[in-house]
Write a protein that binds this ligand. Structure first.
Ligand code: HEM
Ligand SMILES: *[C@@H]1O[C@H](CO)[C@@H](O)[C@H](O)[C@H]1NC(C)=O
Ligand SMILES: *[C@@H]1O[C@H](CO)[C@@H](O)[C@H](O)[C@H]1NC(C)=O
Ligand SMILES: *[C@@H]1O[C@H](CO)[C@@H](O)[C@H](O)[C@H]1NC(C)=O
Ligand SMILES: *[C@@H]1O[C@H](CO)[C@@H](O)[C@H](O)[C@H]1NC(C)=O
Length: 532
């Protein structure tokens, strides 16, 4: 008679347990099993979504899956995606926390505000700096005004003027110029003009820096998506991330650290700088924020991180702002100037509007004429606003997913209840901004969507349009620099189109890449500039 041995019985038990745990439970019993699958393998294996991410096919794949399966979908066993404002409200306004995915933004090995996982340490860091990025402080800041004046009148406009005189047929790579402009803007506000970058005028330094920054970009996959495997293999000297990525990171970190220590030195020196543009607004805020936090001693939630490694933490925060601040704004400016270059009559209309500014940003013959319009006056220009908003909608600089973790013990997402804690869930602006009911014919760039005098929208349509706009994310982890970015972008576009016309010379590869922060595939846009 057949009598199974103990090992055979254990094998059979193991087989059933494994089948239960990895197939039956996730596909049929888990509360997640009620959520539509983006791919048939999604309940069992993360392979499909990892592959999609590895190949940079996420934006179109998830967008197509949402169109087919609805606004909450399952990408992998523990990986969800949401695509409507209800999902945004639950996840982002509901304070779902970040996770491991953001740890690659722990510069110098210490967390910054952006990379903080939990809301307690995040709030403590945010308290120190959010004020200097608020609309009321920005619009009243004499430091920012002076910085804008120098960057626009002494650096940008002369660069564009000399480009307009150039006889080469290739035009100017405007993406490079916008990178430099936004870098100069954000670092001036952080460190003051004299300690900030001067990429607009120093081409060699700018190109070196930007190419270092760029070289790291295609190598985030393994550290973000497979951090355990990456660390494990590294232990055996197998590097999934090439060593020069670490070298590039190190050089960028040193560059920022130098700026931080120079700035701190001049702050400690106590010498009053007579030029208000040299005020290091963000550095001031974070250093005094840390001093205040220190009075709490061991009770501070930051005692083992920010307070323990103060200098590195300041540098970690600063490099995050200049990274987050320059690339996103640079991309947005590039797409705005691309759309405008395709439409000369629209440029003329915009110029007419810009010349109503008082003061306007005209190339000045005398430096006393170098005035800068107020943010209030800039915000009052409907066409300028519409052009910026529509570009942020269709070409959001962060079109990719912003992952969060579901809270413990469980939560509800739309119609799906009992979703366990610790499950990754994200929305991507790429999909949110392409809802055809809110943005009809969503692939079309149409600035009139944002012009209330021209689009004939009802009150309800306007409300929906604004509710679905998500270029800066939402909730407690929303972009801290959104007001800064809007102001800077409007100033720059106003400066350019008050003085010049632009035409496309070469826009091959202008399609936006697929990933987290995404610029033109080619990384360039060549324009011809013509002085008016
Ligand atoms: C057009 C320009 C910009 C766009 C489209 C943009 C977009 C975003 C988005 C979508 C997020 C949320 C990301 C996530 O949670 O994964 C974010 C966060 C952030 N952004 Fe921006 N951003 C822009 C400009 C700036 C600027 C100029 C700064 C300068 C300080 C900045 C600093 C930050 C910081 C520090 C965070 C993290 C906030 C937190 O965790 O509380 N951004 N941004
Ligand atoms: C700017 O500052 C003035 C006084 O310094 C204040 O009255 C005003 O409310 C501030 N503006 C904004 C927009 O906060
Ligand atoms: C612009 O900046 C981004 C981010 O630093 C970088 O990846 C890209 O190479 C830069 N492009 C140009 C043309 O400078
Ligand atoms: C440009 O920056 C580099 C590196 O910081 C510096 O050595 C060089 O002197 C600068 N060039 C000009 C023209 O300012
Ligand atoms: C997303 O995918 C489409 C292809 O469907 C591509 O053309 C586009 O540039 C991609 N990136 C973004 C950010 O839209």
């Amino acid at each position: 008679m057949f009598s199974p041995s103990i090992p055979a019985l254990s094998l059979i038990a193991l087989f059933f347990l494994t089948t239960y745990k990895f197939i039956i439970y996730p596909a049929f019993l888990s509360p997640l099993s009620k959520i539509p699958n983006a791919h048939w393998s999604s309940p069992f294996s993360p392979f499909w979504i990892l592959w999609i991410r590895y190949c940079s096919y996420e934006n179109r794949s998830l967008h197509a899956a949402h169109l087919k399966c609805g606004s909450v979908i399952r990408l992998g066993p523990n990986d969800l995606s949401v695509s409507d404002v209800n999902g945004l409200r639950t996840v982002y306004s509901g304070g779902f926390e970040k996770g491991q995915w953001y740890s690659i933004f722990d510069n110098y090995g210490v967390p910054c505000m952006f990379s903080s996982w939990d809301s307690r340490t995040h709030s403590a860091r945010k308290r120190m700096i959010s004020n200097v990025y608020s609309k009321s402080v920005l619009s009243n800041s004499s430091a920012l005004k002076r910085q804008a004046q120098v960057i626009l009148h002494d650096r940008l406009l002369p660069v564009l003027r000399s480009a307009s005189l150039s006889k080469t047929g290739r035009g100017i790579d405007i993406h490079d110029i916008w990178n430099a402009t936004s870098m100069d803007f954000i670092t001036a506000y952080q460190f003051g003009l004299s300690k900030g970058s001067n990429f607009l005028q120093n081409e060699s330094e700018r190109q070196h820096w930007l190419s270092l920054y760029h070289s790291r970009k295609t190598h985030t996959f393994f550290n973000q998506e497979l951090p355990k495997l990456t660390r494990f293999l590294r232990y055996f000297h197998v590097n999934l991330v090439p060593p020069w990525v670490d070298d590039a990171n190190k050089e960028l970190e040193e560059w920022c650290q130098d700026r931080c220590s120079d700035t701190t030195k001049s702050m400690d020196g106590g010498s009053k700088d007579s030029d208000v543009g040299n005020k290091p607004v963000v550095m001031d805020a974070i250093i005094s924020g840390i001093s205040k936090e220190k009075t709490k001693g061991d009770d501070s939630v930051l005692s083992s991180t920010t307070l323990k490694h103060q200098e590195l933490s300041v540098a970690s925060e600063m490099i995050d702002h200049l990274a987050a601040g320059h690339e996103t704004s640079g991309i947005t400016l590039t797409y705005i100037s691309w759309y405008l270059s395709r439409d000369p009559p629209l440029q003329d209309k915009l110029r007419k509007e810009l010349l109503t500014l008082n003061p306007s940003i005209k190339l000045a013959s005398q430096s006393s004429e170098n005035k800068i319009p107020s943010s209030k006056d800039l915000d009052a220009l409907p066409l300028l606003h519409a052009v910026v908003m529509e570009t942020l909608r269709l070409r959001a600089a962060i079109p990719g997913g912003q992952p969060r973790m579901t809270p413990y013990p469980s939560c509800t997402l739309g119609p799906y209840t009992d979703i366990p804690g610790g499950v990754r869930v994200a929305a991507q602006a790429h999909t949110v901004h392409r809802n055809a009911e809110v943005y009809p014919d969503p692939e079309r760039w149409d600035h009139k969507r944002w012009m209330d005098d021209e689009n004939g929208y009802s009150e309800e349509q306007r409300k929906e349009r604004d509710r679905w706009f998500w270029a800066f994310s939402s909730g407690g982890r929303m972009c801290i620099g959104s007001n800064f970015a809007m102001h800077e972008i409007k100033l720059v576009i106003a400066a350019v189109y008050s003085n010049f016309k632009t035409y496309i010379v070469d826009d091959e590869g202008i399609e936006q890449s697929d990933g987290y922060t995404c610029g033109p595939e080619s990384n360039h846009l060549f324009l011809r500039i013509e002085k008016i």
